[in-house]
Design a protein around this ligand. Structure first.
Ligand SMILES: Cc1cc2nc3c(=O)[nH]c(=O)nc-3n(C[C@H](O)[C@H](O)[C@H](O)COP(=O)(O)OP(=O)(O)OC[C@H]3O[C@@H](n4cnc5c(N)ncnc54)[C@H](O)[C@@H]3O)c2cc1C
Ligand code: SF4
Length: 331
């Protein structure tokens, strides 16, 4: 598979990239690591004539603020995020999620910002189309769905592994845009519309990710289920962050986030409520996992049925909770 012809401009800052993207002379696309964008171009799913490459922008090292928050540069590679001692010590759920993306080769090129801004995916969409289908599906501007032929809308899913981890941490993202810059909660970056999963406007670029300070008694964990871990996208990914009482056994508040089973990351709020305010025990964990499986209805994808994904979700929620509280678990 060959890349189509395109021109490429290397910029020196995110601000310069934003300016160029906002006033394109031809169809233009932003490229960071290129690990998601270039395969899409090879498949003919994106056809930019010009790429604005962020390769000339150096990723600054993560910074621990005086208030205990962590600032991460959006251009950090996922390998650097996973290997950062600051991230490992203060946000281990993110280090685990970054380490779970693709293979070593992918993580060495792929950036955190690119991971958060990737397109939604579908088995029928993410492949070459020139010889397979005669008419385009909803995601290519057409009016049919190959996955669910009677379906009236696209059911592609959003599969970035770092998104649930950062949402469970309550992270904000700093966005640089042509008409101003500012930070928004990461959850607001996702539209839950598979045709346009990320809410950034034209010319807007993620520049930093800000993780709030870690309370003393916080525990967290990430789990990804895939048939080919270490290479393949998730069937289901789950992240949890629990704030505990001084006794380290009572849960003050819980944030759970689930990826890869809908058009955007989801939070099972009722399952979070099952955990909050109670003493953590196997019974409570089982109840929270059952509640998550009851309130989230996975979109079947990549050969996984809805029933299979629901059972995976139940198992992964149990797994992350046990992994987060470890030896504190009481039956
Ligand atoms: C074999 C293979 C396996 C993979 N496995 C996984 C996996 O297990 N889990 C997973 O989550 N992903 C996986 N990916 C997808 C992809 O590699 C990652 O999501 C990666 O983090 C994308 O980062 P990038 O810097 O390469 O993004 P790019 O490909 O450069 O960009 C991706 C998209 O984000 C936009 N973008 C990039 N940076 C920014 C920014 N700072 N602000 C706004 N928009 C931006 C680009 O315009 C583009 O639309 C896999 C890819 C491959 C090829
Ligand atoms: S789910 Fe979406 S991307 Fe997949 S075939 Fe249907 S319309 Fe196309």
């Amino acid at each position: 598979m060959r890349l189509p012809k395109f021109s490429c401009v290397k910029v020196a800052s995110v601000e310069e990239a934003s300016r160029l993207l906002a006033q394109p002379d031809v169809e233009t696309c932003l490229s960071a690591g290129g690990t998601e964008l270039l395969p899409r171009m090879k498949y003919g799913l994106s056809r930019p004539q010009k790429l604005i490459s962020l390769k000339g922008v150096a990723a600054e090292a993560p910074v621990l603020g005086e208030d205990g928050s962590i600032q991460l540069h959006a251009l950090m590679t996922l390998s650097a995020v996973a290997a950062s001692h600051l991230v490992q010590e203060n946000a281990p759920v993110l280090a685990a999620a970054a380490a779970a993306v693709g293979s070593n080769e992918i993580r060495n090129m792929a950036t955190l910002g690119g991971n958060l801004c990737q397109d939604s995916r579908c088995l029928y969409y993410n492949q070459p189309h020139d010889f397979q289908f005669t008419a385009p599906c909803f995601k290519r501007g057409g009016d049919q769905c190959y996955f669910i032929p009677a379906g009236k809308k696209c059911r592609a899913v959003f599969m970035a592994d770092t998104a649930p981890a950062l949402i469970s941490l309550g992270a904000n993202v700093y966005v640089v845009g042509p008409v101003g810059s500012g930070s928004i909660p990461l959850e607001k970056l996702y539209s839950n519309d598979p045709l346009r999963p990320v809410t950034l406007a034209s010319g807007e670029i993620l520049s930093r990710i800000i993780i709030p300070a870690r309370p003393m008694q916080r525990v967290e964990a990430f789990a990804k289920f895939s048939w080919r871990p270490g290479f393949e996208f998730s069937a289901v990914s789950v992240a949890v962050v629990l704030d505990l009482d001084e006794d380290r056994q009572t849960c003050r508040s819980a944030r759970l986030s689930v990826g890869s089973i809908a058009a955007g990351p989801l939070r099972p709020l009722k399952a979070e409520a099952v955990l909050a305010g109670g003493r953590l025990s196997d019974k409570v964990i089982t109840a929270a996992a059952d509640q998550a499986a009851a309130e989230i209805h996975p979109v079947p994808h990549h050969g996984y049925s809805r029933v299979y994904l629901t059972e995976c979700l139940r198992a992964q929620v149990r797994r992350v909770l046990h992994s987060a509280i470890g030896p504190l678990a009481k039956t």
